[in-house]
Design a protein around this ligand. Structure first.
Ligand SMILES: Nc1nc2c(ncn2[C@@H]2O[C@H](COP(=O)(O)OP(=O)(O)OP(=O)(O)O)[C@@H](O)[C@H]2O)c(=O)[nH]1
Length: 210
């Protein structure tokens, strides 16, 4: 996960001049949904490649990053793992939605209430001027808990179609049982952004909260 070539300078032997390092595009993706649906675990799984042994309610926001390569270009995916609990969100909400490139909505397949909350999360995005022009993805997490499923794939798919979002059902805990969808979720977003967006920014980033 360490970024290579992101610092230091390159020297040109022809001109003797010092060239800036190649730009890395950074895509900011926010992950939102009710408290406990698994946002921290999903972002941790994608960025650290494992399931965290222990999580606590996110306060404000945590950032996680991963450098990926798409069609020969290195792209930094910056995941904003937002707090699901209202009391931990209040002061941060404006920051969540600033310069967002994509939104991942998460519900817990074993918790119908978390699915019923989705319209409110979509509405919050709209209130912060994030409409359908921003790529959005719907994720049903905790599919490893097959005996406790409360939200069927059909119901979720219908909702996803109504809101023109792709649906992924997955498990941060055991992604291989679910065709490694955690990887697919964020790589799908990255592919989509890569083809849509102009160069965004190049900055040495220091965030990362593992
Ligand atoms: N079985 C199972 N448990 C999971 C999965 N993902 C997360 N959990 C558990 O669900 C609980 C909540 O996970 P978090 O990732 O902290 O949830 P969150 O959405 O970030 O919660 P907030 O920070 O409060 O918004 C933890 O006990 C996790 O271990 C999963 O895919 N399968």
């Amino acid at each position: 996960m360490a970024e290579s070539g992101s610092s230091g300078r390159f020297s040109s032997s022809l001109t003797g001049s010092t060239l800036p390092p190649p730009r890395t595009r950074i895509f900011k993706i926010i992950v939102i949904g009710d408290s406990g649906v698994g946002k921290t675990c999903l972002t941790y799984r994608f960025c650290a490649g494992k399931f965290p042994e222990k999580t606590e309610a996110t306060i404000g926001v945590d950032f996680r990053e991963r450098l990926v390569e798409i069609d020969g270009e290195k792209i930094k995916i910056q995941l904003w793992d937002t707090a699901g609990q209202e009391r931990f969100r209040k002061s941060m909400v404006q920051h969540y939605y600033r310069n967002v490139h994509a939104v991942v909505f998460v519900y817990d397949v074993t918790n119908a209430a978390s699915f019923r909350s989705l319209p409110a999360w979509i509405e919050e995005c709209k209130q912060h001027a994030l409409g359908t022009e921003v790529p959005r993805i719907l994720v049903g997490n905790k599919c490893d808990l097959q005996d406790s499923i409360q939200v069927s794939t059909d119901t979720a798919q219908q909702f996803a179609d109504t809101h023109s979002m792709p649906l992924f059902e997955t498990s941060a805990k055991n992604p291989n049982r679910n065709s490694d969808h955690v990887e697919a979720i964020f790589m799908t977003v990255a592919h989509k952004l890569k083809s849509q967006k102009p160069l965004v920014l190049s900055q040495p980033t220091t965030c990362g909260c593992f």
